[in-house]
Design a protein around this ligand. Structure first.
Ligand code: MLT
Length: 240
């Protein structure tokens, strides 16, 4: 587990990388694909997003831009998963740039398989790992501008804990991997009060200040969607 994309080793490439941004980018991506979006294409840079998406037919694209939690002016939507209704996204490509989540997906895009994880699709992520059995798995929290975030670490812990249970491995098996022990312990402590945890998180507080209470409630719904956004070509994720 890496708490921010910046902490991933630049000289190594894992078999499988799972980027997590519970609040809210990866939750939004899962929701968009579940609602029928053709694909999700991620950009760290807003200008590049506009440039690339210009080549796409207008009725087949939707541009999502978020900075500091707020919608970027001129974009079709911000980064709320609740905006990803079938009416909005079905058959369209979601071109998205967010403060941290899209950066972490870009950072790991050279991994043999790359996916987006959140609480809403935790089970789909775990099932993929159990069936493909990759040797090295990175779970990369997006954090906030290079700092640790509670919500992404708790989600990484949820994935790790579920894998341990399915593989019938004791928690002792993790000894020596401080990040995983810490994440599993955090999740275990809060697993029945995830919404409360979001209210303690710095980005959760930021979103509450922006009146995004409903987003927080949506993002903590465990295993809501059986959808795994998986990278088909660099930066482009489709539904597995
Ligand atoms: C991000 O990428 O930093 C987030 O998803 C921010 C947000 O809540 O929109």
């Amino acid at each position: 587990i890496y708490h921010t994309p910046e902490l991933t080793p630049s000289s190594e490439v894992p078999d499988c990388a799972i980027a997590i941004d519970v609040l809210r980018a990866t939750t939004t991506m899962v929701t968009a694909l579940a609602a029928g979006a053709e694909a999700v294409q991620v950009f760290s840079d807003l200008d590049k997003l506009i440039h690339v998406s210009e080549a796409w037919p207008t009725e087949k694209r939707i541009r999502a831009g978020e900075r500091g939690g707020a919608k970027v002016a001129g974009f079709d939507m911000g980064n709320s998963p609740l905006d990803c209704t079938p009416e909005q996204v079905q058959g369209r490509r979601l071109f998205i740039s967010t403060t941290n989540g899209t950066r972490s997906l870009e950072r790991v895009q050279k991994a043999a398989s790359v996916m987006a994880g959140a609480f809403v699709n935790r089970r789909a992520v775990v099932n993929y790992i159990l069936s493909e059995q990759p040797e090295t798995v990175w779970i990369v929290g997006s954090g906030w501008e290079g700092s640790y975030s509670l919500e992404d670490t708790a989600c990484a812990g949820a994935i790790a804990q579920s894998l341990l249970k399915e593989l019938q491995l004791p928690v002792d098996q993790l000894a020596g991997n401080d990040e995983v022990v810490g994440a599993v312990t955090l999740f275990d402590q809060w697993k029945d009060r995830l919404l409360e945890l979001m209210h303690h998180a710095s980005h959760g507080k930021r979103l509450l200040r922006l009146d995004c209470d409903e987003d927080l409630k949506y993002c903590v719904q465990m295993d809501l969607l059986d959808v795994l956004p998986i990278q088909r070509e660099p930066g482009v994720l489709v539904k597995k």
